[in-house]
Design a protein around this ligand. Structure first.
Ligand SMILES: Nc1ncnc2c1ncn2[C@@H]1O[C@H](COP(=O)(O)OP(=O)(O)OP(=O)(O)O)[C@@H](O)[C@H]1O
Ligand SMILES: [Mg+2]
Length: 154
């Protein structure tokens, strides 16, 4: 069944508003597009992918910051970006972040280290892929994380 990505994103965000409010985080929604993007996947799996990534952005970044959720095209392929202003993930840990139970040492937010493993498995089952990258400011310092969902893995 083809799912409208923007509407699943809106649902996922709505479900997480309690956390956003508690942490005074403003979620900016950028659903670029007159043309709608659809994917074929079980709704629960797509919600799990977006929900886990947005949950991470809300829990692992500072109170009062901003999280951006964008649906746009990169190199002609549709992607969803969840962008935060948190500490990012040390480069040597970024691949392990998808391992079950892995948490970056020193992580203070509650959690069990399963969210990214679950999200990546759900993505791969449905021909998608999640990639993490740190954001850097003009001086080269890490200033947040981008969790990108490639909606078509090719
Ligand atoms: N947006 C982010 N900013 C900084 N660190 C992050 C972010 N997302 C994930 N991480 C790091 O990667 C680890 C693994 O993330 P994952 O979602 O798998 O587990 P979790 O968030 O700790 O627990 P949960 O099982 O509740 O999701 C986190 O513990 C954290 O150290
Ligand atoms: Mg998590």
């Amino acid at each position: 069944m083809p799912l409208d990505v923007a509407s699943v994103l809106s649902d996922s965000i709505a479900q997480l508003m309690v956390i956003a409010d508690r942490r005074r985080i403003d979620i900016d929604i950028g659903f670029d597009g007159q043309t709608s993007v659809t994917v074929t996947a079980p709704p629960a799996e797509l919600r799990s992918i977006f929900g886990n990534l947005i949950d991470n952005a809300l829990r692992h970044s500072p109170e009062g910051s901003v999280v951006d959720v964008r649906l746009h095209a990169v190199d002609g392929q549709p992607v969803v970006d969840v962008v935060d202003n948190g500490p990012g993930i040390p480069p040597e840990a970024i691949d392990r972040a998808f391992d079950r139970f892995f948490r970056v040492p020193g992580t203070t937010a509650e959690g069990s280290g399963l969210g990214l493993a679950i999200a990546q498995m759900a993505a791969q089952r449905n021909g998608m892929r999640i990639a993490l990258s740190n954001r850097t400011d003009d001086s080269g310092a890490v200033c947040g994380l981008v969790a990108r969902v490639h909606l078509r893995s090719a």
